[in-house]
Design a protein around this ligand. Structure first.
Ligand code: BGC
Ligand code: NOJ
Length: 810
C-alpha cells in the first residue's frame, strides 16, 4: 500500500495519509543548525551537536509515538486539531506533507479552515523558520485561536533526560513582545541561548509547560488550547517551553499568516548581559530582522532550492525507469548529504546522544558525496586522518565538536585504517587533487607527530601487514566492518560492551573480509604510489597484495564460497563445517570487488552460493543459517534474534557489494534485479510491510528467519546511502571517475537500450549518451567524444566546459 507519491518535478515526496507505518522524516539544515521533522511535525532541533547543543526535546520511547516537535494547534469552537494531525489526532478533512530538499510543507484542513506550515532552515543562518498560513475557506466568518508550541531541551540532551534533581531548578527564560528567550545556564558558563519568536503580535504566550499543558495535561489537549488562551507564564525551573497564541477573526475567504522562528544565538562572553540578569538580545534581534517579512522568508527558500538544485545537477541520469532516475537524481544523493552531516548521530533511531563520527562510517560516506562537495570531502579526509594512531591503527570514533579521537572506545577495529585509503583514492579520482597527499596531518591529534597524508596511507597499508595471524590473514582485532562479530570479547555479563570487553585484541582471530579489503584498497594504494613515481615501493605493495590474494584463495576459501573468519581458537566461521552461520555476505562481496578468484572461477561459485543460500525477495541476508543461541566466541552477532540486524538481517549496506561483484562479472540483469530489492522507491507499493520511508534507505530489513520478514528499520543514517549511490552510478551505469579521465563502462539489464547521464567531472559537464543496440549486459564497442571516434577507454580530462560523449555497447 502507498501512503503518498513522488513529485519528481519539485523534488518532493508527497505524503497523503498521515498515519504512515512509522514517522516518515526529513532533515532540515545543511551546515550547523539542523532539524529532524516528521510528516506530522514531530522532531527536534539542535546546533551542530545533537547531544551537547540540543535545542528542543524529543522522547524516543514515548507513547503515543512522535509527540514532540513543532506543532501548531487550532481551536475552532470545540474542535481542537493540528494541521499535521499529531498530537491531537483529530481526523482531518484534508492532509498533505511535502518533504522536499531541506524543507517540508505540511497542510491540514478541518471544518473549512486550511492551515499550512512551511518549514525550512535557511542556508546561512542558525534558525528553523516556519510560516503558518491560515485560510478561512468557508463562506462565513470564523473566529479561531492558533497556537505554536515547542519544548526546550536544557542543552545537554543526555543530562536533560537524566539529571532531574538539578534540571528542575535551572530553567530560565525572558520574554520581549512575541520573542521568548530560552536562557538556561546562560548565567553561568554558556554564551548561547535560543529564541522562539513570531513576526506578529501575540494575544498571549506561555513559557512554562505546566501552564500551557496543565500539570497533568497532555499534548492531546493542552490546557491553554482548551481554554483558548495561554497563561502568560514565566518559567522558573521545571520545563521551559515556548508557546504563542493568536486570536483570529477571519472573514469568509480571508487568509492570515505568521512567521515563527526558532533561532540559536551565540554572544561574545564580554557582551553577555546588558543589565544584571538581562541578556544581550542584539544578536537575536539581528537574526530575527532577517526573517520578519514574507519576502525575506521567500528569498531564503529560493536560495535553499537553488543550493540543492546546483548540488544535485552534477549527476543527472535519464533512464526509462523513473525509480532509478528519482533515486539517483534526488533521494539517494540527498541521503548521502544527510549522512555527511549527521554521520550516525541523530535520526529517529539514533538518539543524538550516542555515537560520534565513526572512522569507517565517515570514510565510506565520503564515497557518496565527494562528487557534490569535493572541498568539504577534502577537509573531512584530513580530519579523519588526524585521528589515526602512529602505528596506523585508528580511533574508532571521534567527536564532531572537538574532532578528537574518542578514547572511551579506542581503536583496534582492524578494518578502519584501510577505509582511509578507500576514501582518499575516491577523492583523488574525483578531483585529481594529488596535492592532498602532501598535506601535513597530525597523528593521534598531536601536531608534533604530524606527517604528510601519504604517510598516513602508508601506515594504514602496513598496519594490516604488521597484524597478520597464524594463517597470514589479517587479525580482526575488536571487530571489522561487522561491529557485531566480536571474536576476542567473550562477554558473559549483561551491560558489558561487546566491542571493548575482553582481555586483548587477540593474536589468533583473523578476518577474510579485511583480507579482501587489503587486496582492493592495498592495490589502490599501490596505484597511487605508482602514479607518484615511487616505483620500487609500488612494486613491493603490489607483491604484498598478490600474496594476500593467494592466501585468501588458500586459507580463506571454503570450497564453495569465501570463509568469513577464524575465531580466537582458530576455528572457521562462515564455513560449511559450522553448525550455524555457514556463509556470510561480506567476504563474498569484498573479495570479488577486489578481483579475487575472477579468473579461477571462485568468484562465480561464491556468487552462486550467495544466490542459493542468502538471497530473498527483499534482498540478501547477511548470513545463513541464522544463529539461534548466544555464542560466547562470536559476541553481539549472536545476541540478536534470528533474522534481525547482523544476525541474518538483510543488511542493506553490503547488498551493493554483491551488486558490484555481479557488475564486475558482467551480469547486468542480476545486478539490477538485486538493486531493486532494497531500493526504497521500488518498495513504495509495499509500504505497509517495509514501513520506513520510500525515499530513504534503511540500515536493515528483517531477514527470512524473522517473524517480520521485509520490515525495514533504522532509516537514513547508514552507509547504504553511499554504497548504493556508488554501485548504481559506477557499477551499473558505469560512470567511473579515474585518475586521468572518466571511464564509461555500463553493466545494465539486456533490455535497456538507451540512457543518458549529465556528469560534472573536474569542471567539465559530460553529456553522455549510452546506446545498447545489441541488447548486451556489458561491453563497450565504440566511443565518440564531441562527434569524433576515440579509442575505447578512459575519456581524458579536458579544459572544455561541456563535452558530449556517445557510447555504443556491444
Ligand atoms: C549494531 C551495529 C553497530 C554497532 C555500533 C551494534 O549494536 O548492531 O550495527 O555498528 O552497534 O557500535
Ligand atoms: C553500523 C555501523 O555504523 C557500521 O560501522 C558497521 O559497519 C555496521 N553497523 C555493521 O555492523
Amino acid at each position: 500500500m502507498k501512503f503518498g507519491h513522488f513529485d519528481d518535478l519539485n523534488k518532493e515526496y508527497v505524503i497523503e495519509k498521515y498515519e504512515t507505518p512509522l514517522p516518515w522524516i526529513n532533515y532540515l539544515g545543511s551546515d550547523s543548525f539542523f532539524t529532524l521533522l516528521s510528516n506530522t511535525a514531530g522532531g527536534y532541533a539542535f546546533y551542530k551537536d545533537a547531544r551537547l547543543r540540543r535545542i528542543t526535546r524529543y522522547r524516543y520511547n514515548n507513547l503515543p509515538l512522535d509527540q514532540d516537535g513543532f506543532h501548531i494547534y487550532v481551536k475552532d469552537g470545540d474542535t481542537i486539531w493540528n494541521p499535521g494531525w499529531q498530537p491531537v489526532q483529530t481526523a482531518l478533512d484534508h492532509y498533505e506533507c511535502r518533504h522536499g530538499l531541506g524543507y517540508s510543507v505540511i497542510t491540514g484542513k478541518k471544518n473549512d479552515i486550511l492551515v499550512k506550515q512551511e518549514l525550512y532552515v535557511p542556508k546561512y543562518d542558525n534558525i528553523l523558520l516556519q510560516r503558518v498560513t491560515v485560510n478561512n475557506t468557508a463562506d462565513t466568518a470564523k473566529e479561531i485561536d492558533l497556537f505554536s508550541f515547542v519544548e526546550f531541551c536544557l542543552w545537554d540532551a543526555m543530562d536533560d533526560s537524566s539529571n532531574f534533581q538539578r534540571n528542575y531548578s535551572t530553567g530560565e527564560v525572558e520574554v520581549e513582545g512575541s520573542a521568548i528567550y530560552h536562557k538556561t545556564e546562560y548565567r553561568e558558563r554558556r554564551n548561547h541561548y535560543a529564541v522562539f519568536y513570531a513576526n506578529k503580535p501575540v494575544d498571549s504566550f506561555d513559557t512554562s509547560r505546566d501552564s500551557f499543558m496543565g500539570v497533568y495535561g497532555s499534548p492531546k489537549a493542552p490546557a491553554a488550547v482548551v481554554n483558548g488562551k495561554c497563561g502568560n507564564s514565566i518559567a522558573h525551573g521545571w520545563q521551559p517551553v515556548g508557546a504563542h497564541h493568536f486570536h483570529l477573526n477571519l472573514k469568509a475567504g480571508e487568509t492570515y499568516s505568521v512567521i515563527i522562528g526558532l533561532g540559536y544565538v551565540e554572544v561574545p562572553v564580554e557582551e553577555k548581559f546588558i543589565a544584571p540578569s538581562v541578556i544581550n538580545k542584539s544578536y537575536a534581534h539581528a537574526l530575527m530582522n532577517k526573517y520578519i517579512t514574507d519576502e525575506q522568508f521567500d528569498t531564503g527558500m529560493t536560495e535553499l532550492r537553488k543550493f540543492w538544485n546546483e548540488l544535485l545537477s552534477g549527476f543527472e541520469v535519464k533512464t526509462e525507469n523513473e525509480n532509478v532516475n528519482r533515486m539517483v537524481n534526488i533521494w539517494n544523493a540527498y541521503q548521502c548529504m544527510v549522512t555527511f552531516n549527521m554521520s550516525r548521530s541523530a535520526s529517529y533511531y539514533e538518539s543524538g546522544i550516542g555515537r560520534g563520527m565513526g572512522f569507517r562510517d565517515s570514510c565510506q560516506d565520503l564515497l557518496g558525496f565527494v562528487h557534490m562537495i569535493p572541498e568539504r570531502a577534502r577537509e573531512r579526509i584530513l580530519d579523519i586522518a588526524a585521528t589515526q594512531k602512529e602505528d596506523g591503527g585508528a580511533y574508532h570514533q571521534y567527536q564532531p565538536l572537538t574532532k578528537k579521537g574518542n578514547s572511551d572506545i579506542g581503536g583496534g577495529f582492524n578494518d578502519d585504517p584501510l577505509w582511509l585509503i578507500a576514501c582518499t583514492d575516491a577523492y583523488i579520482r574525483e578531483t585529481g587533487d594529488w596535492a592532498i597527499l602532501d598535506e601535513i596531518v597530525d597523528f593521534d591529534n598531536n601536531h608534533e607527530k604530524a606527517a604528510p597524508l601519504l604517510e598516513h596511507l602508508r601506515r594504514s597499508f602496513n598496519y594490516t601487514l604488521n597484524n597478520l595471524g597464524p594463517n597470514k590473514l589479517p587479525l580482526i582485532g575488536r571487530a571489522d566492518w561487522n561491529d557485531c562479530l566480536n571474536l576476542n570479547c567473550f562477554s558473559e555479563h549483561p551491560g558489558e560492551s561487546f566491542q571493548i570487553t575482553g582481555p586483548s585484541e587477540g593474536p589468533v582471530a583473523e578476518s577474510v573480509f579485511i583480507a579482501g579489503m587489503f587486496v582492493k584498497y592495498g592495490r589502490e594504494y599501490a596505484n597511487i604510489l605508482k602514479h607518484l613515481g615511487i616505483a620500487e615501493e609500488a612494486e613491493k605493495a603490489y607483491k604484498a597484495v598478490d600474496q594476500m590474494t593467494e592466501t585468501v584463495l588458500d586459507k580463506g576459501w571454503d570450497g564453495e564460497w569465501f570463509l568469513r573468519a577464524y575465531d580466537a581458537f582458530g576455528q572457521k566461521i562462515g564455513s560449511e563445517e559450522c553448525e550455524e552461520g555457514k556463509i556470510f555476505i561480506e567476504p563474498q562481496g569484498m573479495c570479488i570487488m577486489a578481483g579475487i578468484g575472477i579468473e579461477t572461477g571462485h568468484a562465480q561459485k561464491a556468487l552462486d552460493a550467495v544466490k542459493e543460500r542468502l538471497d530473498t525477495k527483499y534482498g540478501i541476508v547477511l548470513l545463513n543459517p541464522a544463529y539461534t543461541k548466544y555464542r560466547l566466541n562470536l559476541g553481539e552477532i549472536s545476541s540478536y534474534p534470528p533474522g534481525y540486524k547482523e544476525n541474518a538481517g538483510i543488511f542493506c549496506h553490503n547488498n551493493p557489494w554483491i551488486i558490484f561483484a555481479e557488475s564486475i562479472m558482467g551480469h547486468g540483469d542480476r545486478a539490477f534485479e538485486l538493486y531493486k530489492k532494497t531500493c526504497p522507491a521500488f518498495l513504495e507499493e509495499i509500504s505497509e510491510i517495509h514501513r520506513t520511508e520510500p525515499y530513504a534507505y534503511c540500515q536493515m530489513v528483517a531477514g527470512k528467519d524473522a517473524p517480520t520478514f521485509g520490515e525495514g528499520k533504522n532509516s537514513w543514517l547508514t552507509g547504504t546511502a553511499a554504497w548504493t549511490f556508488t554501485v548504481l552510478t559506477e557499477g551499473i551505469l558505469g560512470i567511473q571517475p579515474d585518475y586521468d579521465g572518466l571511464t564509461v563502462d555500463p553493466c545494465i539489464p539486456h533490455t535497456v537500450k538507451h540512457f543518458t547521464v549529465n556528469r560534472l567531472f573536474r569542471n567539465t559537464m559530460y553529456h553522455i549518451t549510452v546506446n545498447n543496440p545489441d541488447g548486451v549486459q556489458k561491453g563497450v564497442k565504440a566511443i565518440k567524444v564531441n562527434g569524433s571516434d576515440v579509442p575505447v577507454g578512459p575519456i581524458p580530462v579536458t579544459d572544455r566546459k561541456e563535452v558530449t560523449v556517445e557510447v555504443t555497447m556491444g
